[in-house]
Design a protein around this ligand. Structure first.
Ligand code: SAH
Length: 357
């Protein structure tokens, strides 16, 4: 295969096993070698073709010229009292991404960043303070999970990542093809073997992409950041709502449910005196009535640059009760890592700024 210039080398982690099988003919290898190479990389953590002793020397040399295992340097790691880990990783072009691991009873959940910065401009969120610099590739998302696993393994942990949520910085549906590739990659039993039902995509509501995603019929979970139950309120906090108002969003939700027969999670941040009254709860019941989804109420983590405050606990409880009494399933999201700025919504690319100064 034609020699590539170093900076044009293909990130090995971007390639699915299926694609590798097809590529291997160019390296004088049979398709089954893809399985062997994946075992070296994902089971043994090898990042050098020279060490893959069951591959011929000549093929190894050719693979080495074509692929690269880009470094994702660990800039910092913070560990919270509750076991939450936040990593700041440096990409090959010096952008930074944040990745968080949370420990639930049912498993270890890694929250992955999908873009450097975000263009959605939600008025309560810290991520959007840095506009989108670029999309992450699927391999770069996968490497976040790998880095977390490597870190845990280096601390003698044996139970590594079991679940992945795309709830870090970025809007997954603004980076559609890469997140779909990422899902396929980590779902492969020969790579990270994360079960589809253990993967969640969260979107602010890019309607055409919700439909496109439904048509793919992946078995992964979908969460929608709703945060307000009327257009009047949602327009104030989420600019995406002017492009895709609630009527269009709910039509897409119904299409998703019909096509996939899966329920959606509605994320609803509780913002004091903005969306946390009894009327707000009743409006929410009305909006999602007739859909199968359930509501995840999120305690707000205040962001210095924004004016919103978190709702007091008792108001969150009353809100949840109002929903439950009307047969709308609702849970309150558990909080993690608030002592290390890793709490939901607190991720931001602040290092970018610090480095530039
Ligand atoms: N762009 C995607 C995924 C990233 S945000 C989306 O909008 O869904 C993941 C979740 O965190 C979203 O529900 C988002 O609205 C929420 N979030 C953002 N800022 C927050 C904050 N300060 N406190 C709590 N949750 C926040």
């Amino acid at each position: 295969m034609q020699k590539r210039k170093n900076h044009l080398n293909r990130n090995f982690y971007d390639v699915t096993r299926n694609e590798l099988e097809k590529l291997l003919i160019n390296f004088n290898l049979k398709p089954y070698a893809a399985k062997q190479i994946f075992e070296w990389v994902y089971e043994k953590g090898v990042k050098d073709f020279d060490l893959m002793t069951n591959i011929s020397l000549k093929s190894r040399a050719a693979l080495k010229e074509y692929f690269v295992f880009p470094k994702l340097a660990t800039k910092s790691v913070q560990t919270s009292k509750d076991g939450t880990i936040k990593m700041l990783l440096t990409l090959h072009d010096n952008h930074h991404v944040e990745t968080v691991l949370m420990r639930y009873r049912y498993g270890n959940v890694v929250c992955v960043t999908t873009q450097v910065g975000c263009n959605m401009g939600c008025k309560f969120c810290a991520s959007g303070l840095l506009k989108k610099q670029r999309d992450l590739t699927a391999g770069e998302m996968l490497q976040q999970v790998l880095s977390m696993n490597e870190y845990m393994a280096s601390n003698s942990e044996t139970k590594l990542t079991t679940h992945v949520v795309m709830m870090g910085i970025g809007e997954p549906f603004d980076n559609f093809s890469n997140i779909v590739r990422f899902i396929n990659l980590i779902n492969d039993p020969k790579s990270l073997a994360i079960g589809a039902r253990h993967i969640t995509v969260s979107t602010c509501g890019i309607v055409p992409k919700i439909r496109e995603f439904a048509d793919l019929k992946l078995q992964v979970k979908l969460a929608i950041s709703l945060h307000a139950a009327t257009d009047e309120k949602r327009n104030q906090i989420m600019p995406i709502n002017s492009a895709y108002p609630l009527k269009d969003l709910m039509d897409a939700v119904k299409y998703y449910e019909k096509t996939t027969n899966k329920r959606i999670t509605y994320e609803y941040i509780m913002l004091k005196d903005f969306n946390d009254s009894r009327e707000d709860a009743l409006a929410l019941v009305k909006l999602i009535k007739g859909t199968m989804g359930f509501v995840n109420l999120i305690p707000y983590n205040s962001v210095d640059e924004h004016d919103f405050e978190r709702s007091p606990n008792n108001r969150v409880q009353i809100f949840a009760k109002t929903l439950l009494e009307r047969n709308v399933r609702a849970t309150v999201r558990k909080e993690f890592g608030s002592d290390i700025d890793a709490a939901c919504g607190q991720l931001r690319a602040k290092e970018e700024k610090a480095d530039g100064e």
